[in-house]
Design a protein around this ligand. Structure first.
Ligand code: ATP
Ligand code: MG
Length: 556
């Protein structure tokens, strides 16, 4: 662990070097989502990385919507993205920006390039541009429009802005090098005509900048020092550097790439999630089986657990996939001391204590969390009729089964020893009632040492029980068989959702509100569903079960 505290990731090492060499005297990062979908766990990594670096170096973190492509963007996503980032705890203070606010400056920047002889208006069609571009092994061919005069280019570009041309009729291209070994440098398109309304600028523009041109300008305008993105942009870095150099920004930002976060057996692709939503396989982008941030929050994950997860994943340049079990480990670790441990029975069977007087009730004191006294205690009504889990009774127990079976004695958690005397079956042979006797001497906390029992089971007092619907989840993708079928469709796990219509809860759950979470003893952590739960019909999501074979990887 000590190693983990002191070693720095490669981005921090680069920043240290930049600061030591005086390249920058501060650290300023940003998170630049396109408002075209919901954020997922991978974005959380990017958000926390950028925000974390700003914090660590006493710098600043900007929130910026990269909304330069009006075809895919929606205002709806702007709000959900802001809410998700705030929930994660990344604070942009008063620095919330929209790339579209810089359209005028981007236009000016393009004009500057034209004036320097570094950009030209091109009339080739998209198809022609593609065929002129060459391949990895062959150089490209120069556009016949490449040598237009500066004056003509300025005039044409202004006319593009003025709406004189239709979509695709003309583009503005950077004039770099058609023979560059890097295809991104072969006179890339930097502006295109698109007669589409923009969610922010409306119809003010009919030309829009391309990502590779817009992004470095956005960074430079905001004074970003370290522009962190994912590996697929590595090949675009020479173009990023070209743009900031040619535009002569006094303190050019630096692009740094890291590997995306991938989780095993989880769907993160927008395309697939959209399909799952449209086909009604999941109930929206926040379905608790998904790993959008909204889904994780709804399922009951905490910002702390996600921060822990992202920290454990680390930052690297090599692509790898992280086991979903590690995310589960983090939420268990986070909740185990923080949340009350209450009793809930998901698959009930009646337990009757024959020697407990009918109509009598006593209130037993129970710690809310044995490992954390600060959570206090509660009183649980104890009476003659209880519910226990069906699996805690067996007519003919296998070896090493220490729960209830005829003649065996167990402890009822926080209460008394009970001994199974008999049981009742219905016509189908299903056990409907277990009959016991209790021993008043054995009350929990009384200091009774007379004898020991091997099993402790939980219970809920039947007349005082609350009911709730409980949803149990498994991965939506079948772990054994891989993510895709041969025909390319998703290989769905048919058991990804199990609904328990009526679970019984001890009265300590009264007042549970959306997003409240609890440990159901011996079962797992559960969270009140924010979408479907009502005061008169609680709905719980299982966040995670209690046990796992997951082991924390050793610190590298
Ligand atoms: P797309 O571009 O396909 O719409 P995207 O997931 O790249 O999807 P963006 O809004 O462009 O969405 O992403 C915002 C930021 O989040 C980018 O800096 C991107 O590099 C980063 N990011 C996206 N996916 C991951 C991931 N799986 N792991 C880490 N960072 C990611
Ligand atoms: Mg993207």
């Amino acid at each position: 662990m000590e190693n983990e505290m002191t070693s720095k990731n490669f981005i921090e090492q680069m920043i240290d070097k930049d600061l030591a060499e005086g390249v920058y005297d501060t650290v300023h990062t940003r998170f630049p989502p396109e408002p075209n979908g919901y954020l997922h766990i991978g974005h959380a990594k990017s958000i926390l990385l950028n925000y974390g670096l700003a914090r660590k170096y006493g710098g600043k973190f900007n929130m910026r919507f990269d909304d330069t492509n009006p075809t895919k963007e929606k205002v709806e996503f702007v709000e959900s993205i802001k809410a998700d980032i705030q929930w994660l705890g990344a604070d942009w203070e008063d620095r919330l920006y929209f790339a579209s606010d810089y359209f005028e400056e981007m236009y000016e920047a393009a004009v500057k390039l034209i004036k320097k002889g570094k950009a030209f208006v091109c009339d080739l069609t998209a198809e022609e541009i593609r065929s002129y571009r060459g391949t990895l092994t062959e150089p490209g061919k120069e556009s016949p429009y490449r040598n237009r005069s500066i004056e003509e280019n300025l005039e044409l570009f202004e006319a593009m802005r003025g709406g004189k041309y239709g979509d695709g009729e003309k583009v503005l291209r950077a004039k770099i090098d058609m023979a560059s070994p890097n295809i991104n440098m072969r006179d890339p398109v930097i502006y295109r005509v698109a007669h589409i309304s923009h969610h922010n600028t409306g119809d003010a523009w009919c030309i829009y900048p391309m990502y590779d041109f817009a992004h470095p300008i956005e960074d430079a305008i905001e004074g970003i020092t370290h522009s962190i993105c994912t590996l697929e942009f590595e090949d675009h870095r020479p173009l990023y550097d070209w743009v900031v150099r040619e535009l002569e920004y006094p303190v050019p930002p630096r692009q740094i790439e890291f590997a995306k976060l991938y989780l095993t057996n989880v769907v993160t692709g927008k395309r697939y999630i959209k399909k799952l939503v449209e086909e009604g396989i999941v109930d929206g982008w926040d379905d608790p089986r998904l790993v959008s941030i909204a889904a994780l929050r709804r399922r009951g994950f905490t910002p702390e657990s996600i921060r822990m997860f992202v920290d454990l994943c680390g930052v690297s340049k090599s692509q790898s996939s992280v086991d979903y079990a590690m995310l589960e480990y983090c939420i268990r670790e986070d909740l185990k001391l923080k949340r009350p441990r209450l009793m809930a029975v998901l698959d009930p069977i009646k337990l009757v204590i024959d020697n407990y007087p009918e109509g009598q009730v006593e209130y037993l004191e129970a710690a809310n969390n044995l490992e954390n006294e600060e959570l206090g205690t509660r009183k649980i009504p104890f009476c003659r009729e209880l519910y226990i889990e069906r699996e805690d009774f067996m007519e003919e127990p296998p070896r090493k089964y220490f729960r209830l079976f005829p003649g065996n004695e167990v402890r009822l958690m926080h209460a008394y020893f009970v001994k199974c005397e008999s049981f009742v079956k219905d016509e189908s042979g299903k056990v409907t009632e277990v009959h016991c006797t209790y021993d008043p001497e054995t009350k929990a906390g009384s200091g009774f040492t007379g004898r020991k029992v091997k099993g402790t089971i939980h219970w809920v007092p039947a007349p005082y029980a609350m009911t709730a619907q409980v949803r149990l989840y498994e991965n939506i993708i079948d772990e054994e068989k891989g993510v895709y079928n041969e025909d390319g469709s998703l290989n769905l796990n048919p058991n990804s959702l199990t609904v328990v219509e009526t679970a019984y809860l001890e009265p300590g759950f009264a007042g549970a509100k959306p997003y409240d979470s609890f440990q159901f003893v011996r079962n797992g952590f559960f969270c009140v569903d924010a979408k479907d739960s009502r005061e008169d019909q609680l709905v719980f999501n299982r966040i995670v079960s209690l046990k796992s074979s997951f082991k924390l990887p050793k610190a590298q």
